[in-house]
Design a protein. Structure first.
Lengths: 307, 529
């Protein structure tokens, strides 16, 4: 039983940042643009939140700074891909490269050179939900978490209502299918898409913060290790549905947690192979899922107003 | 008299739309040249003209998509500047376009919800939107399932949904841009009833069309546009077909093309019990049989979506024939690769030339030799012929140039030279390109799909004359068209297709309502073959 709890807890820890990034990316892609820069944003969010928490010793400021990184990045990305209609692939990957270089450089200059080690920061406090946290297995897994995790749990139904049951969400979905037609109907395509991009990158920044303040308490070069792209894969495999993101995201968590446990219990299997399991799962899922998936009709096609 | 005072101070108050002196330039062309357009309250006003005459441009200005370079617009007597479709909507102007505006991935009610907020804003209310739709459908006699995904609707249903969407705003002015292209004659009649109903309730209807018959039937008043200028404006009861056509085109247009008697030859195309299935296993072409002899045109009448396109594709090997046979010039070509079918003598002018008939990024001359590009005389052994090797590998540019110049001359293709890109050619010229290609390479069985769709009177006349001449040379033509007038003009026999079956093959002088009944699915008891 402890094994099961350990597996699920590990899975959840791995999944939370993925869920955040994937939810944001889902909204952005449903509105018609690829957010390929969330990997870099996650990394920058991680570094900034680590640095701020280290300096201010206030976890809350760390979280907020992660959000802020996301917002600022989102504004830039929105400018380039929505308003100017530039290549979504180039800007996204460019952002990732910038983030990798910038975070590594700052990490060396501001942390390792200054402290000669990597100081740990305090993790977010775990809050136990009274009564529910005593339920066997599920209790310790789902009801003994930090506030951000509870926030993510709530975000699913809230986002679901917004995306599927409000006119705002309808516009978001419509704009990714036929931007021209929406424009003809008087919908502000630029505004809708900009908001979706902002949402995606803000969540990606927060996701980076949870990586640091939720599980590790420190930073390292290239910490995100492809999670951003994993989030994009989750969105695709889930056929661009929120429920799919929840399920597939958690499955990824299980594979990661599972391989960590296997590393301990089956040392015969080379750990490098085990480390690859989540990514192998990701690729296989993509192959299977992408065959049946139908992407938003105008995903990737910039909307350029002509008069 | 106060006439001049009126025009100085503004607009005549009984007019709901008063557009004065509209000028609109696009790079290289003047779309509208000081055009005036006036619509009265509760009137059905037809805007008539060829393609490119400026009708759609004029209406796009009225609907806020374009801004005029010069001129003034008065709506209900108030000077207005219509800067966006949303502005137009606020002024009570609503437009149903030729292309579809509903978003295919969403359902009908969701499309409605995009423009009509529910009372539970910001939340969506499916029941509310659905009820609104059903009320409108009831009121105007149009039927659509509100919960259906738009991409699942047929062309006719999509059309109806579009009209409902436009009516949902309770507009004072309803603009329809060529709305009848996907409707059966029965549905056209119903639409006209609906339009009369709308007009009686005080909404003005602007009906853009190039179909003279419909314009004469439905409208109270007609404005004719030619090359951006208004050439005529009168009450419909004072107009005649010939007069309208002349004003549209500027020369007397033949309505009845002379159909000389042609000797009927051997059967060149035999279709026996042809069945084609779609992805779900249903028969979209169901046991279709007919034959066309040399010197004959067989017309296929029917509303788009009843299997005509799939029939044409099956004949050319683009679609699998699950059962039955296709025989061209006595050779069984059923399910053979398309190249073999083409070599057997078949050819097609597809419905969507831009998609299937040409390569947009290629030049005119390359498109002209498209099916013959790897055979004599356009491909030969080139330098290898010195070695007495006879293969068709190298392009013979001289021959291609000759062919191209010949085609341009014979078929009046308007292009600076053979190196013009196909994407720069107009619809009419693309048709000529297709005609030139198929006719000049000697296609014995020509399948022409909607060959005059979207063309103006002059261009259409030309296409029909070409087809007749081709037939006179002893070739067989399968003419698939939604234009009944055209079918009656050109065909020696008319087959009516409905839901994949041929319901009857009739002589061309059969009354339109009888053909229309078959088009709508009413099976006829007396079948003639």
């Amino acid at each position: 039983m402890d094994l099961a709890i350990g597996l699920l807890q590990g899975a959840l820890m791995y999944t939370i940042p993925l869920w955040l990034a994937a939810m944001g990316e889902l909204v952005q892609q449903r509105a018609g643009t690829w957010g390929l820069g969330i990997e870099g944003t996650m990394l920058m969010g991680a570094f900034v939140s680590y640095f701020i928490t280290l300096k201010t010793e206030a976890i809350l400021l760390g979280i907020l700074s992660g959000l802020l990184v996301g917002i600022i990045t989102g504004l830039f990305m929105a400018l380039f891909i929505v308003i100017l209609g530039r290549s979504q692939v180039v800007t996204g990957i460019g952002l990732n490269i910038l983030a990798a270089g910038l975070t590594s450089f700052l990490f060396v200059e501001l942390i390792t050179k200054v402290y000669n080690r990597v100081p740990y920061v305090e993790l977010m406090h775990v809050v136990k939900v009274p009564l529910l946290s005593r339920v066997p297995v599920l209790g310790p897994v789902f009801f003994e978490n930090c506030s951000v995790t509870y926030g993510v749990f709530l975000l699913f139904p809230v986002l679901g209502i917004i995306l599927y049951k409000t006119s705002f969400g309808l516009k978001n979905r419509a704009v990714g299918e036929s931007a021209e037609k929406c424009n003809a109907l008087g919908i502000n395509v630029i505004k809708t898409r900009t908001l979706s991009v902002l949402f995606a990158y803000t969540l990606a920044g927060l996701s980076g913060a949870t990586l640091v303040l939720g599980s590790t308490g420190s930073f390292t070069h290239g910490m995100t290790a492809g999670r951003g792209f994993l989030a994009i894969a989750i969105v695709i495999v889930s056929n661009w549905t929120l429920l799919g993101v929840a399920i597939i995201g958690f499955l990824f968590g299980i594979t990661q947690s599972g391989q960590q446990i296997l590393q301990i219990f089956t040392p015969q299997i080379p750990w490098q192979l085990l480390l690859a399991i989540p990514y192998i799962f990701g690729i296989s899922a993509l192959i299977v899922g992408a065959l049946r998936a139908r992407q938003p009709s105008e995903l990737g096609i910039p909307f350029l107003r002509q008069r | 008299m106060n006439m001049s005072k009126q025009s100085r101070n503004g607009s005549n108050r009984s007019l709901i739309v008063d557009m004065k002196g509209i000028v609109k330039h696009f790079p290289g062309v003047t779309a509208l040249d000081h055009a005036d357009f006036r619509v009265e309250r509760g009137e059905i006003h037809a805007l008539l003209g060829e393609n490119g005459a400026g009708k759609t441009t004029m209406m796009r200005i009225l609907n806020g998509i374009y801004m005029p370079d010069q001129g003034e617009i008065y709506i209900s007597g108030q000077k207005s500047s219509i800067t966006s479709p949303r502005e137009a909507s606020k002024l009570g102007i609503s437009m149903v376009y030729q292309h579809f505006t509903l978003i295919p991935a969403l359902t009908v009610w969701e499309n409605m919800a995009l423009t009509i907020p529910s009372p539970k804003e910001p939340f969506l209310d499916m029941k509310y939107s659905t009820r609104l739709l059903l009320e409108l459908e009831e009121k105007y006699g149009l039927e659509i399932d509100p919960t259906a995904k738009v991409s699942d609707l047929s062309a006719g249903e999509k059309q109806r949904a579009e009209i409902i969407r436009a009516l949902s705003q309770g507009p004072k002015i309803l603009i329809l841009d060529e709305p009848t292209s996907v409707l059966t004659p029965i549905e056209v009649e119903r639409l006209f009833e609906v339009l009369h109903q709308i007009a009686r309730q005080g909404t003005s209807v602007i009906f853009i069309s190039h179909k003279l018959g419909e314009v004469l039937e439905i409208s109270d008043r007609i404005t004719v546009l030619k090359k951006g200028k208004v050439t005529g404006n009168f009450l419909t009861k004072d107009a005649t077909r010939e007069e309208l056509a002349t004003l549209m085109v500027g020369r007397t247009v033949l309505f009845r093309i002379n159909r000389p008697d042609v000797k009927i030859g051997d059967p060149l195309l035999n279709v026996e019990n042809l069945t084609v299935k779609n992805e779900e296993g249903a028969s979209i072409v169901n046991k279709v049989s007919f034959s066309i002899h040399g010197g004959e045109i067989l017309g296929i009448a029917g509303v788009s979506g009843n299997g005509q396109r799939e029939l044409a594709e099956a004949l050319l090997g683009l679609r699998e024939a699950k059962a039955g046979r296709v025989i061209i010039c006595k050779k069984d070509v059923t399910n053979l690769p398309t190249k073999k079918i083409i070599n057997a003598g078949a050819g097609m002018i597809p419905e969507d030339i831009q998609e299937m008939g040409i390569v947009r990024d290629w030049t005119l001359r390359d498109n002209l030799i498209l099916e013959l590009h790897s055979s004599c005389p356009f491909a030969d052994a080139g330098p290898l012929r010195w070695l007495s090797i006879d293969i068709q590998v190298f392009r013979n540019e001289k021959e291609i140039d000759k062919f191209c110049d010949d085609a341009i001359e014979k078929f009046n293709i308007v292009a600076p030279n053979g190196y013009t890109l196909a994407s720069n050619l107009s619809g009419g010229n693309l048709q000529r390109l297709m005609l030139a290609r198929e006719i000049m390479r000697g296609t014995t069985v020509l399948i022409a799909c909607q060959p005059t769709r979207g063309l103006d009177v002059g261009a259409a006349e030309y296409v029909r004359t070409c087809l007749l001449k081709h037939k006179e040379r002893g070739n067989a033509i399968l003419l698939i068209s939604e234009d009944l007038d055209e079918l009656k003009m050109l065909s020696d026999r008319i087959a009516v297709m409905y839901e994949g079956e041929i319901l009857g093959i009739l002589p061309p002088d059969t009354k339109v309502d009888k053909i229309g009944l078959l088009m709508g699915g009413t099976r006829d008891n007396s079948r003639e073959t």
